[in-house]
Write a protein that binds this ligand. Structure first.
Ligand code: DNO
Length: 400
């Protein structure tokens, strides 16, 4: 696998020099200055490529070319946004980029309730706590009908939690949930999120899934022509929030989307932390089944709790079997190599996804939650160690 690192562009608190020092050879980045829905101009793509090349780094994956809400709801200016999306893919392909990550999550991109959850060792983790989420949804946002979406025990617990919060805690919870996380596609205020939620809940799961498939029908041919592999990122977390439809949460969802538009360009991001937040997703089986369609990997770990809550744990210490997952990914790379075809997608880029905020980055301005330097470097180093050990064992056993 190629070791990559997510970089938020020139205003990232982590520099390209630091990325090199961490040992990554590829960068995962996006042109966040371009408004969602606009086509990405060649000049901007090339400028980013030049910046990376000056540091001897490649642009391994675009994460993400965001999908405009009008495409997700198939309304408004959908035709223009589709044409722009196709143009972005053509322009990226013309510049030699061959992998694009995107998601099809309604309203909110990835969501957590706590961005600085203190661990016993005082490092800070990202956490999704169901009680807090329900407290926000039912008692602060007061979404119509929200109370019908939760079990009575959970509602009672959430009400107690909500009543115990002061106004600063309530405001922080709201910011964490709706104001947008790094790499997310924008933020909302209370009225904005209420309207957006209604638009998608009115649509329902079947129509929303049909809109995803229509998007694939529109853009996969353009991706094929441009030589680009699309890699959809799963829902994070992989279950409904705010009663919204979710269509990329399970192996069944992934299977259906691959079947909807069979193409080498129609692929997946194996985000271990997102799929892994559900106990019924068997990540290793998914890698074995979806094999050649996996174009990008996010490696991280979580500790799940019975009510759906989870904390992002150490990369090697959580409910995901990371050693087994890396083994399956190395097997997949071997299969690609054996197929003998010249394949620019033979090596799978992986990035250490998220990391704890630790050491001197705690409390420091500009450090993005989940995207600290030290936390990710620690994760990358651990993952690298596992990969090297597995590779050594494999080459010893193939030599004997
Ligand atoms: C969170 C990320 C997501 C992801 C997008 C992909 O850390 O994994 O923001 O980049 O959902 O479109």
């Amino acid at each position: 696998m190629q070791e990559t690192w997510r970089w938020f562009g020139p205003d990232d608190s982590v520099s390209l020099e630091q990325i090199k020092q961490a040992g990554a050879t590829g960068v995962v980045t996006a042109l966040d200055h371009i408004p969602t829905g606009d086509a990405w101009p060649i000049a901007d793509i090339q400028a980013r490529l030049d910046l990376l090349a000056a540091h001897d780094l490649t642009w391994s994956v675009v994460e993400s070319v965001p999908v405009h809400n009008d495409i997700k709801t198939r309304s408004g200016n959908v035709d223009t946004y589709i044409a722009n999306y196709q143009q972005s893919l053509r322009n990226l392909g013309a510049c030699g980029i061959n992998r694009v990550c995107y998601n099809f999550m309604p309203v909110v991109d990835w969501t957590r309730t706590n961005l600085s959850y203190e661990l016993p060792n005082q490092a800070q983790a990202l956490r999704f706590e169901m009680t807090d989420f329900v407290a926000y949804d039912v008692f602060e946002l007061q979404r119509a009908g929200a109370e019908n979406d939760y079990r009575p025990e959970l509602l009672e617990k959430a009400e107690r939690r909500y009543n115990a919060m002061d106004s600063a805690e309530r405001a922080l919870l709201e910011t964490n949930i709706i104001a947008g996380l790094p790499g997310g596609e924008g933020s909302y205020d209370r009225a904005g999120i209420t309207a957006a939620i209604k638009q998608f809940t009115d649509l329902g799961t079947d129509a929303f899934r049909a809109n995803l498939f229509a998007f694939l029908a529109d853009v996969i041919p353009a991706a094929e022509e441009a030589g680009i592999a699309m890699a959809i990122h799963p829902d994070d977390p992989p279950f409904s929030l705010f009663g919204l439809p979710r269509v990329v949460s399970t192996a069944d969802d992934a299977r259906a989307l691959l079947a909807a538009k069979p193409s080498p360009s129609n692929g997946l991001t194996m985000c271990a932390g997102s799929y892994g937040a559900r106990g019924d997703n068997d990540l290793i089986a998914m890698v074995r089944e979806f094999g050649e369609h996996i174009h990008f990997v996010h490696l991280r770990n979580i500790r799940r709790e019975d009510d759906g809550s989870f904390t992002e744990s150490e990369h090697l210490d959580g409910d995901n079997d990371i050693v087994g997952l890396i083994t399956a990914l190395l097997d997949q790379e071997d299969a690609r190599a054996l197929s003998g075809e010249a394949n620019s997608l033979a090596t799978i880029p992986m990035r250490p996804d998220h990391g704890h905020t630790m050491g001197e980055e705690i409390g420091k301005e500009g450090v993005r939650p989940g995207y600290s330097y030290a936390g990710r470097m620690k994760g990358l180093a651990e993952l690298r160690g596992v990969t090297h050990a597995l590779e050594a064992i494999r080459s010893a056993s193939s030599a004997s």
